[in-house]
Design a protein around this ligand. Structure first.
Ligand SMILES: [Zn+2]
Length: 236
C-alpha cells in the first residue's frame, strides 16, 4: 500500500501512537536491550528484578537514581513536540513502552505507560507516589518507613493488567495506528498492531529497520522517529 505524505489526520477519529525505545533514543536515552544496550553493561539480575530489590533495596534504588539523573538531562525531540501540537487538533492517544517521561516532558497528554515510570515509587502498603525530582525525595515511605520500590515493570514482573486493558481498549477503537521505534516482538506490544487490524485501522510502522512485525503493517517508513514522524505527519 502507498499513501501520500504527509497524511491527512482529519480523516481519522481515533489515532493511537505506540512508541518504544527508538522514540527516546534520539533524546540520548540509553536503550535497554540489543547491541550496546543498558543490559549489556549491567546485569539486570542485580538491578532490575524483585529478587534483586529484596536482597539489596538500597543498591537497586541507587542504580535507578543514577538512571533518573541521566534521563533527567535528556530533552524531548521535534517528534515529541509535533505530537503536542497535533493533540490540540486531533484525538491522539499515546501508548508507550518507555519509562522516561519524554512524552509528558514535551507536553504530550493521554499517555499510557505500559511499563511504569522512573518518576513513580510505590509502597506495598501505601501505594504509588509521584516523585519528579532528579534525586529521590526518600528511599523510604514517609508513612511507614518501608523501602520504596520503583514503579517500573521489571524483569520477571507481572504486567499491570489494568494498564494493559486500557491500552488495548484504545487500540481497538483506533482507525489509525502508528508505531514508532519499537520492534515489539513480545506481548503485549506485539499484540497491539493486531488489535488495530481488528478494527480495520490503517497501520503504519516507523522504524529505520524492518522488524519481525513489519509484515503486519500496511505501511513501513524506514526512518528514525523524528524524521519519520515529520514525513508522516508534516512539520509543525
Ligand atoms: Zn508505606
Amino acid at each position: 500500500m502507498s499513501i501520500t505524505l504527509p497524511i491527512n489526520l482529519d480523516k481519522y477519529k481515533n489515532i493511537v501512537l505506540f512508541t518504544g525505545a527508538g522514540m527516546s533514543a534520539e533524546c540520548g536515552v540509553w536503550t535497554y536491550r540489543g547491541k550496546g544496550g543498558l543490559w549489556h553493561e549491567y546485569n539486570w539480575q542485580e538491578y532490575a528484578c524483585q529478587r534483586a530489590f529484596d536482597k539489596d533495596p538500597e543498591k537497586v534504588l541507587k542504580f535507578h537514581e543514577m538512571r533518573r539523573e541521566k534521563i533527567h538531562a535528556c530533552k524531548p525531540h521535534k517528534g515529541h513536540y509535533l505530537l503536542t501540537m497535533l493533540q490540540k487538533l486531533h484525538n491522539i492517544t499515546i501508548i508507550t513502552q518507555n519509562i522516561d517521561r519524554m512524552h509528558q516532558k514535551a507536553g504530550n497528554e493521554n499517555v499510557i505507560e505500559l511499563h511504569g515510570s522512573h518518576w513513580r515509587l510505590r509502597c506495598l502498603k501505601h501505594g504509588v507516589i509521584n516523585d519528579y525530582g532528579i534525586k529521590y525525595r526518600s528511599y523510604r515511605c514517609e508513612k511507614c518507613g518501608s523501602w520504596l520500590r520503583p514503579d517500573i515493570i521489571w524483569f520477571e514482573d507481572q504486567l499491570n493488567e489494568k494498564v494493559i486493558e486500557s491500552a488495548i481498549e484504545e487500540v481497538l477503537k483506533a482507525d489509525l495506528f502508528i508505531s514508532v521505534g519499537t520492534s515489539a516482538v513480545v506481548w503485549p506490544a506485539a499484540g497491539m498492531p493486531r488489535y488495530a487490524k481488528q478494527n480495520k485501522a490503517l497501520t503504519i510502522e516507523i522504524n529505520p529497520e524492518k522488524t519481525d512485525m513489519s509484515a503486519i503493517y500496511d505501511i513501513h517508513i524506514a526512518e528514525p522517529a523524528t524524521t519519520g514522524l515529520i514525513s508522516l505527519l508534516g512539520n509543525a
